[in-house]
Design a protein around this ligand. Structure first.
Ligand code: BGP
Length: 476
């Protein structure tokens, strides 16, 4: 096969909490993103106990997409976007998360937003839960450690499937559900699952339990969506950082295999509807007794996803060490620097070939259509006096990745649905809360402290991406 398929979904990706702002407008409730302050590279975002006076919460205003989305979608249309991936903020629809009735003002906002996209021939691609669950569910229920969240999530999913079924075909359930494999730090468990650990708590089984409830909720949502409208396509969303062995020493290879098991079993459950045996054996070895019922297992089997959405920014590397005879992977300790690749200013390893490898890895394992729903280069941009940004480094990063993605399609035969680079317009960084870690084709005038006009301007990469889309990926 030559080139990308007809109807290939070129576009861009964002998440509600990182660009909408309007954190209390239209009846919206506070989400987990609303209680995280701004951090920096090496300085974690602080998760505060509610919204505290005098703190800088960058997601409260973000880039004010809530009021400016028409202007922004116009710019996406000018680039030729076929699709636009965003999320529905759960807190606009169910402000606290446990209500029985949805908030009409929130539903109306997304009706208007999707209509605006469709008016420009842009298909919305929607994530249901992208690091923005209702904060009330954290305070009252302990987040996803509580089984009750399954019902709350399925209610939310059913309401939005019902409402938008004729406007949105492509959905994903939980964004980067596997980030929480890194359970020793606070950010991923909180943003994935609303988990606040108690001092001294054994974090690992709590993470597995929360992830299990999310996977059941995802499967039930997939089923509910199919009942509402069988033409909906509902996928999962995995953060793919393939983990290489540092050397070809057999134990390094085994360490890398175990690491892949521990980061990507989530995909097995989403796609095959069952836990892989290596993980069940690991639970037994560690003595983890999880609440996994027969009913849950049946739900998982019935709610397998239609496609795999994934993000790709970087690859990882690992090596075996003498103090780890079982070769167990612990993401906070087991990663090493790869001497063969460069890194971004935030220490993210730049590895375009890893994208081709990842596409093949997913395809070999699962034979489901793949959708690259995030990829990009977070960099410090300099605004020139004429208002432009010469972001050749971003063009270089993206074109190198698209070249590899093309090889995966043309030479390796991978079934790829589309490509939506991350942060197509500058927005708040999820990991650091910074504005200066920019990904966009469109510059937004705002700094880390929240100063700026919020004006939008086109970077050099804007015209470049326009040509890429117009040529269906031929003109890089
Ligand atoms: C992914 C998230 C996004 C996003 C992106 C870039 O993990 O799905 O929400 O922000 O990575 O990360 P960051 O914003 O930390 O640079």
């Amino acid at each position: 096969m030559s080139g990308f398929k007809e109807g290939f979904l070129w576009g861009g990706a964002v998440a509600a909490h990182q660009l909408e702002g309007g954190w209390q407008e239209g009846g919206k409730g506070a989400s987990v993103a609303d209680v995280m302050t701004a951090g920096a590279h090496g300085v974690p975002r602080e998760i505060t106990d509610g919204v505290l006076p005098g703190k800088n919460y960058p997601n409260h205003e973000a880039i004010d997409f809530y009021h400016r989305y028409k202007e922004d979608i116009q710019l996406f249309a000018e680039m030729g976007f076929k699709c636009f991936r965003t999320s529905i903020a759960w807190t606009r629809i169910f402000p606290k998360g446990d209500e029985l009735q949805p908030n009409e003002a929130g539903l109306k906002f997304y009706d208007d937003l999707f209509d605006e996209c469709l008016k420009h021939g842009i298909e919305p691609v929607i994530t249901l839960s992208h690091f923005e669950m209702p904060y009330h569910l954290v305070k009252e229920y302990g987040g996803w450690r509580n089984r009750k969240l399954i019902d709350f999530f399925v209610r939310f999913a059913s309401v939005v499937f019902e409402r938008y079924q004729h406007k949105v075909k492509y959905w994903m359930t939980f964004n980067e559900i596997n980030n929480q494999a890194n359970f020793h730090e606070d950010f991923a468990p909180f943003t994935n699952s609303g988990l606040h650990y108690q001092p001294g708590e054994d974090r690992e089984p709590v993470m597995f339990q929360a992830a299990h409830y999310e996977l059941v909720a995802s499967a039930l949502a997939v089923n509910a969506g199919r009942d509402i409208n069988p033409s909906l396509r509902i996928g999962c969303m995995i953060a793919m950082c393939p983990i290489y062995p540092l050397t070809c020493a057999p134990n390094d290879m085994m360490m890398a295999m175990n690491a892949m098991h521990r980061r990507y079993w989530f995909t097995d459950v989403h796609v095959r509807g069952a836990y892989p045996q290596h993980l069940l054996n690991y639970f037994a070895r560690r003595g983890f007794e999880l609440d996994i019922t027969e009913e849950d297992k049946a739900a998982l089997k019935q709610g397998c996803v239609d496609y795999i959405g994934f993000s790709y920014y970087m690859s990882f590397a690992t090596k075996a060490t003498d103090d780890n005879p079982q070769l167990d992977y612990d993401e906070s300790k087991s990663l090493v620097s790869n001497p063969y690749v460069q890194k971004s200013d935030w220490g993210w390893q730049i590895d375009p070939v890893g994208l081709r490898y990842s596409l093949n890895w997913f395809w070999d394992h699962y034979q489901l259509p793949l959708f690259i729903v995030e990829n990009g280069f977070g960099a410090i941009d300099v605004l020139e006096s004429d208002g432009t940004v010469n972001d050749q480094y971003r063009i270089d990063y993206l074109s190198a990745h698209i070249r590899e993605m093309k090889k995966a399609v043309e030479e390796d035969g991978v079934d790829l649905m589309g490509y939506t680079p991350w942060g197509c317009i500058d927005l708040v960084s999820a990991g650091t809360g910074e504005m200066k870690k920019r990904y966009g084709f469109i510059y937004v005038d705002k700094d880390n402290e929240g100063n700026g006009t919020l004006n939008r301007s086109k970077k050099k990469s804007f015209a470049w991406y326009q040509k890429v889309i117009a040529s269906n990926g031929e003109n890089l």
